[in-house]
Write a protein that binds this ligand. Structure first.
Ligand SMILES: Nc1ncnc2c1ncn2[C@@H]1O[C@H](COP(=O)(O)OP(=O)(O)O)[C@@H](O)[C@H]1O
Ligand SMILES: [Mg+2]
Length: 213
């Protein structure tokens, strides 16, 4: 499903990823653990085609995406990938409903019933007209989870999804991510620096000094 071969990435003179090799099967729930600054977000952004590696290959379903044009990468990102971030990254000036609807609109799909279905799935009934600032952190992350799943992507990329929540809310959010992705056989790649969050995954690897251990 996802295969990384000898991925290298630097920022200026700082070599962050020094030859990452990793293979992830369809339906896997994998955690990548590493300390702050170890390159976890950099790696996730490469898998999600938010950025390109300097060297190495990224295969998605056997296709090498480093050779994709920017347009092909946009189609891949919009269609096959759902992102969940530490700080939710909701659009502040639109409602919960509209945030969740956004991936459908970007893919040319008009389906309000589906938006309501996902609002229900993440337990946000009655909050659809709230703006992000009117929601708690946990509720904002529920919006983000619905937004990440609504267009039925194959791959979910979660970058410290509980990093700005207390541990109780963090567990609730992890339970929700696990429940909603297990059921549908999604491939989940979770990065975290917290051991108890990594334990939600069936497969666990560590990133250290720019390589996967
Ligand atoms: N856009 C950027 N420009 C310059 N340096 C960056 C950039 N993004 C990340 N870095 C640096 O790369 C290293 C890895 O960052 P990051 O992938 O965010 O780590 P993590 O997510 O594990 O905390 C850090 O030293 C960070 O300062
Ligand atoms: Mg990070």
């Amino acid at each position: 499903m996802v295969r990384l071969e000898k991925i290298e990435k630097s920022y200026g003179n700082t070599r962050v990823l020094k030859g990452i090799n990793l293979e992830i099967e369809k339906g896997d729930f994998i955690s990548i653990m590493g300390s702050s600054g170890s390159g976890k977000s950099t790696l996730l952004n490469l898998i999600g085609a938010m950025d390109r590696p300097e060297r190495g290959n990224i295969f998605i379903d056997g296709e090498e995406i480093s050779s994709y044009t920017d347009e092909q990468l946009t189609i891949y990102r919009r269609g096959k990938v759902g992102f969940i971030f530490q700080f939710f990254n909701l659009l502040p000036n639109i409602t919960a409903f509209e945030n969740i609807q956004m991936p459908l609109l970007l893919n040319g799909i008009e389906d309000e019933a589906k938006v309501f279905e996902y609002i229900k799935r993440v337990g946000l009934n009655g909050k659809e007209d709230a703006y992000p600032y009117q929601l708690s952190g946990g509720e904002q992350q529920r919006v983000a989870i619905a937004r990440a799943l609504i267009h039925d992507p194959e791959i979910i990329l979660a970058d410290e999804p509980t990093g700005s929540l207390d541990s109780e809310n963090g567990r609730v959010i992890m339970d929700l991510i696990k429940e909603l992705t297990d059921k549908t056989g999604k491939t989940v790649i979770l990065v975290t620096h917290e051991g108890y969050i990594a334990e939600y995954a069936q497969k666990r690897v560590r990133i250290k000094d720019g390589v996967i251990l």
